[in-house]
Design a binder for this molecule. Structure first.
Ligand SMILES: Cc1cc2nc3c(=O)[nH]c(=O)nc-3n(C[C@H](O)[C@H](O)[C@H](O)COP(=O)(O)OP(=O)(O)OC[C@H]3O[C@@H](n4cnc5c(N)ncnc54)[C@H](O)[C@@H]3O)c2cc1C
Length: 285
């Protein structure tokens, strides 16, 4: 652990939330995490590309990473943001880049998650996911409980063989299409979990740090017996991740890469606990 931190170019203040700048640092993080019973979902930082070149660069980096994970014998997978592989350029570019990544993953029998971004991208993302999920089980998509359309989407996704990660939703969406109050979002999240445990045969991922949502999922699991996994971000409730992993399938979403500064700033500002941690690190305490 100590050696990996020394070699890492990310300053200590950010290394709680970002696994490293290079794939080697990321894989070292994944190795240490796996020894504690938690597997890694690798996300290369980058989003909102408007030109094909960076999208191709990230696509190729993911392909290399999939090979590195296979060579390292790790049980890790990847999670890709649609806007980092071209959804903001056009649908064809996004689909082509996604296919290249999914094909490489299939060669190594590995899993690809597709993150979900803001609502104008929802249909294209779900359609691309559905196309791949019909072909094989090695893909998953994220879906946001705050969107009012989500229960209907879940009905559509229930029959597909892939996995679905339910999150509360990170984007500031208009009230006409989204629940905006915390309480409404939490209710919607519980309702979506109920629907998933009733209708999905498996492939349920609970992407939340919220103990109440995780407890709800565990209750539904105990009731229905359906398999599920818990996913949390690197740097958030890490002790809970390890504790839960003693009983359940737990994955940590770990970002890496050179574009760590804006991601770190978002994490540090979103909760007072994270900001306090960052300030203590600056003060050397
Ligand atoms: C693995 C993963 C993947 C994600 N992928 C996407 C995606 O593709 N698209 C998308 O829109 N969103 C994504 N998100 C983000 C998600 O939508 C939420 O914005 C984010 O997870 C915050 O919601 P929450 O459910 O964790 O709980 P919150 O509502 O933020 O917090 C609820 C409770 O959780 C606990 N908690 C939360 N954070 C902390 C903390 N830092 N320290 C201690 N306790 C804490 C506290 O008890 C808190 O009261 C993802 C989240 C995860 C975990």
């Amino acid at each position: 652990m100590f050696q990996a931190k020394l070699a890492c170019m990310i300053p200590p203040i950010a290394s709680r939330f970002v696994a490293g700048e290079t794939p080697a640092e990321l894989l070292e993080h994944a190795r240490q995490l796996e020894a504690r019973g938690v597997r890694t979902i690798c996300n290369r930082l980058g989003e909102h590309y408007e030109r094909p070149e960076p999208a191709i660069e990230d696509r190729d980096a993911y392909c290399e990473l999939l090979t590195d994970i296979a060579n390292a014998g790790l049980g890790a997978c990847i999670s890709v943001k649609p806007s980092q592989i071209g959804i903001g350029i056009d649908e064809a570019t996004f689909r082509e880049n996604l296919r290249v990544i999914v094909d490489r993953a299939a060669e190594h029998d590995q899993f690809v998650w597709i993150d979900m971004e803001d609502h104008p991208t929802t249909d294209v993302t779900l359609d691309a996911y559905a196309e791949h999920a019909r072909e094989h089980e090695g893909v998953g998509v994220c879906i946001q409980a705050n969107l009012k359309r989500t229960p209907e989407d879940l009905h559509r996704l229930a029959d597909l063989p892939g996995k679905v990660r339910l999150v509360k939703g990170a984007y500031d969406e208009p009230a006409a299409i989204a629940h905006r109050e915390n309480q409404q979002v939490n209710e919607a999240y519980r309702d979506c979990l109920d629907l998933m445990f009733e209708q999905f045969g498996g492939g349920i991922a609970v992407g939340s740090h919220d103990p109440a949502m995780i407890e709800h999922a565990i209750e539904r699991h105990d009731e229905h017996g359906t398999d599920f996994e818990i996913q949390m971000l690197m740097g958030v409730r890490e002790e809970a991740q390890v504790e839960l992993a003693e009983k359940y399938d737990v994955w940590q979403y770990a970002p890496y890469g050179g574009k760590w500064l804006s991601y770190f700033s978002r994490r540090a500002m979103e909760r007072k606990e994270n900001l306090a941690f960052a300030l203590r690190a600056v003060a050397g305490r």
